[in-house]
Design a protein around this ligand. Structure first.
Ligand code: GDP
Ligand code: MG
Length: 162
């Protein structure tokens, strides 16, 4: 059975774009507008000859519990299925209250987390990524899921821990 890598984070940070980057094809639906309800979706993936299962998580409508709780709850289901987690944050925005809700949930889990600072499209944005050291998951990996910048180094790290 292949190891499972869950991709979690609040809506619109670029999770599905990162899934497509890892798969090398456009399979996960990328939304310009956050908040489309969708289930978790699994994809067979590989990197440097290692096979793994990638689990993308959707965006969630705000309900009575509020968007933060909804995102954290759905992320928790994906994390419980996973051997390792990619926590995706939008480095151009920084950590929001919704990101913090996911972070609190992840701290309770005994799963390895790789912190992905997405939307670092060029070198000038790398300072945005280093602020995310403060989330307490070690080194933030600056990537641009859209352009592929930094994703190879990040995946090398993923394969090390998976
Ligand atoms: P998700 O809700 O976390 O799955 O986010 P999506 O993958 O649907 O992306 C949300 C929006 O962010 C889309 O408009 C993407 O094109 C954009 N996006 C994703 N990754 C990047 C990136 O690396 N750089 C930039 N500039 N935009 C990105
Ligand atoms: Mg998505």
């Amino acid at each position: 059975l292949n190891p499972v890598l869950a991709i979690v984070g609040r809506p619109n940070v670029g999770k599905s774009t990162l899934v497509n980057r890892i798969l090398g094809r456009r399979e996960a639906v990328v939304e310009d507008t956050p908040g489309v309800t969708r289930d978790r979706v699994s994809y067979p993936a590989q990197w440097t000859g290692r096979n793994f299962t990638l689990v993308d998580t959707g965006g969630w409508e705000q309900d009575a519990k509020g968007i933060n709780a909804r995102v954290a709850d759905q992320a928790e289901i994906a994390v419980d299925m996973a051997d390792a987690v990619l926590l995706v944050v939008d480095a151009t925005v920084g950590a929001t209250a919704t990101d913090e809700a996911v972070v609190r949930m992840l701290r309770r889990k005994k799963k390895p987390v790789i912190l992905v600072a997405n939307k670092v499209d060029d070198i000038q944005n790398e300072a945005d990524a280093s602020v995310l050291w403060g989330l307490g998951f070690g080194q933030p990996w600056p990537v641009s899921a859209l352009h592929g910048r930094g994703t190879g180094d990040m995946l090398d790290k993923v394969i090390e821990i998976l």
